[in-house]
Ligand binder design. Structure first.
Ligand SMILES: [Zn+2]
Length: 251
């Protein structure tokens, strides 16, 4: 069986997404949140479906909304038994969003909150790898519960620094793209013991369904690509990534 370790189910019809996923042996889905509204939706969906788990967090592009009220809400939601991580949190300099200093302080505050809540973290980094790695390296004690860098697209050197921090990777559909050669080379060097699968749906559908609305049912395409890159069977990828999910997210 497979696990989709990062999907945004509230953007579609969760019932059909869960059903379609199960037909392709994707038995568990971690619904990631990015703002106040989506974290409440993610928890509600996890309540409704045995197969779904939730994360709670403020995406860096929404950093301006992070305040004491949000912290109280996150502490309250964290008591829900299906909440498995704080995320997605991190740094995103791709768009003209909140200033880097603001993003950094909100990232750090949520790393602290995750430590306080005894939860792993789900980290989003876009066009901000060096700043993000510096924050993580300077605050290693906050990573005691582990976590993942999601949609990883960095270099092998970045990957080594992330592994040294005790973090794992969730790999999505981008690794199946024909223009993703550098990422594919990096994946060849990553230990399977540090990799989990994700769709980041509804975005980033993998080949051969690239361009369509992505769903958790597409996880096997990503598993097949990783199996090819690593020279192992799809079953081996399924088993190892499943073990890694269990180790980090306790599900
Ligand atoms: Zn996401």
């Amino acid at each position: 069986m497979f696990v989709d370790a990062h999907a945004h189910l509230y953007d579609g019809d969760p019932k059909s997404i869960v059903q379609n996923a199960k037909e392709r042996l994707v038995q568990k889905i971690i619904c990631a949140s990015s703002d106040v509204e989506s974290m409440q939706k993610a928890v509600a969906i996890s309540d409704e479906f045995d197969e779904v788990f939730a994360t709670i967090g403020i995406h860096p592009q929404d950093a301006e909304s992070f305040d004491e009220n949000v912290i109280s809400l996150m502490k309250k939601l964290a008591k829900h038994p299906k909440v498995v991580a704080v995320g997605e949190i991190g740094l995103d300099y791709h768009y003209d969003g909140p200033a880097p200093e603001k993003q950094k302080s909100v990232f750090l505050a949520q790393l602290s909150l995750a430590r306080e809540l005894d939860l792993p973290v789900q980290i989003h980094i876009r066009d901000a790898m060096e700043d993000a790695l510096q924050i993580l390296e300077q605050n290693r004690a906050l990573l005691a519960n582990g976590g993942v860098v999601h949609c990883f697209g960095g270099s092998l050197d970045d990957a080594k620094r992330i592994i040294a921090l005790g973090l794992d990777f969730t790999i999505g559909g981008v690794c199946t793209f024909k223009n993703a050669k550098p990422l594919q080379e990096t994946i060849k060097s990553l230990p399977l013991e540090k990799i989990m699968l994700e769709t980041d749906s509804p975005y980033l559908a993998p080949e051969p369904v690239r361009g369509s609305i992505n769903e958790s049912k597409n996880i096997p395409f990503i598993a097949e690509k990783i199996a090819t890159l690593k020279g192992v069977s799809v079953e081996e990828v399924a088993r190892k990534t499943r073990e890694n999910v269990k180790r980090v997210f306790k599900i």
